[in-house]
Design a protein around this ligand. Structure first.
Ligand code: MTE
Length: 334
């Protein structure tokens, strides 16, 4: 996203070929060509992508099929899987949209530990298998609106965050929920290099008010398109908050802490005037540097067939969530 936050030019504002070592850059160009980002060829499906990886001696991350019930449908046309898994923001693996798919295939998610702690009656530690077994999995088709004014429609698989929080028995001091991504610079090159990681302070952290976290729409996702999450989308477990800008939906979570005070959040730390704690999708409140009135919906068309549509308040989930903010000035609480 979201580069150019400081007015001074930093390394992460340079065109990619100026900051990337040339060998890597050329390899990347050939990789991207296979994916259809360079030139006009169509995007590959994920199985075709796996073929490409095997031919090129790069092992793709292996996802597994999941069982789930369908619980939340949508009239919107789905964004093709090949785009959902290749156009990503995951700065721990680089700041270009195609960096995560290229750099995250070796990401090791098993074993994994997710701790639920803080103002709770019962601390929880979930291991890799618990993520898929502890709660029944549901498929939910949600719109995802990035603060950069593009959007997708994604069939997520997961369980409501509310179920996990209830299991931990929050006490009366719990007012907010703080989330943290894995910190592992050996696996996540962006965490040890300002150039690769865009100057973000790691680990990536996010937060919700407790009532937002308990809203039935708020999902802990472990999969998409019928399979477990690929690493570039936040394997093995991530948050999905469909009425907020995508940066709230923190990936590869290792800690969920119930807390008394509003927790710090990554983009707010980096640029407080541009990214607030609430970050509700709001076509009436522009980003200081661009309009939020419309968005580019990423669909099945080629690069030039992307659709511009009007952005909806709360990303179209007003009925389900507007009551959470009824006495709040959403211009101040952006
Ligand atoms: N989580 C972590 N840990 N690191 C990130 O860089 N990027 C955020 C969010 N979660 C990000 C993250 C942003 S800006 C967006 S738009 C969404 O992830 C993108 O999710 P996607 O790549 O699955 O589409």
């Amino acid at each position: 996203m979201i580069k150019n936050i400081s007015r001074k030019s930093s390394s992460w504002q340079l065109p990619e070929h100026q900051v990337t070592d040339e060998g890597v850059y050329l390899k990347r160009r050939s990789f991207l060509k296979q994916l259809g980002f360079v030139g006009t060829s169509a995007l590959l499906s994920s199985s075709a992508q796996a073929d490409w990886f095997s031919k090129n001696e790069l092992t793709p991350f292996v996802t597994k099929p999941l069982s789930f019930k369908n619980s939340f449908k949508s009239e919107d046309v789905l964004t093709p899987e090949a785009k959902v898994i290749s156009h990503n923001n995951f700065y721990e693996f680089g700041t270009s949209k195609n960096d995560p798919i290229e750099n995250a295939q070796q990401f090791n998610v098993n074993p994994w530990q997710l701790n639920v702690s803080g103002e709770v009656g019962k601390e929880l530690t979930l291991d890799y298998d618990d993520l898929y077994k502890l709660f029944p999995l549901e498929e939910r088709i949600y719109r995802m609106r990035c603060v950069e004014a593009w959007s997708m429609v994604i069939p997520w698989i997961g369980f409501p965050l509310a179920q996990l929080i209830k299991k931990a028995q929050p006490n009366s001091k719990a007012k907010y929920v703080a989330f943290e991504t894995l910190y592992d610079p050996k696996q996540m090159p962006g965490q040890s290099s300002r150039r690769i990681g865009g100057g973000v302070k790691y680990p990536y952290v996010e937060g919700l008010r407790l009532d937002e976290a308990m809203n039935p729409l708020t999902l802990m996702s472990v999969g998409l398109y019928g399979k477990s999450l690929p690493p570039q989308n936040g394997a093995p477990i991530r948050l999905v908050v469909p009425w907020k800008y995508g940066f709230k939906s923190i990936k590869s979570i290792v800690s969920i802490k119930l807390v008394e005070k509003m927790p710090p959040t990554t983009w707010n730390i980096l640029a407080p005037r541009e990214y607030g704690f609430y970050a509700n999708v709001n076509p009436q409140v522009d980003h200081p540097r661009w309009s939020q009135a419309s968005e580019r919906r990423i669909t099945s068309g080629g690069l030039f067939a992307r659709n511009r549509i009007e952005t909806m308040p709360f990303n179209g989930y007003e009925e389900q969530v507007a009551h959470l903010y009824k006495n709040m000035d959403l211009r101040k609480n952006y």
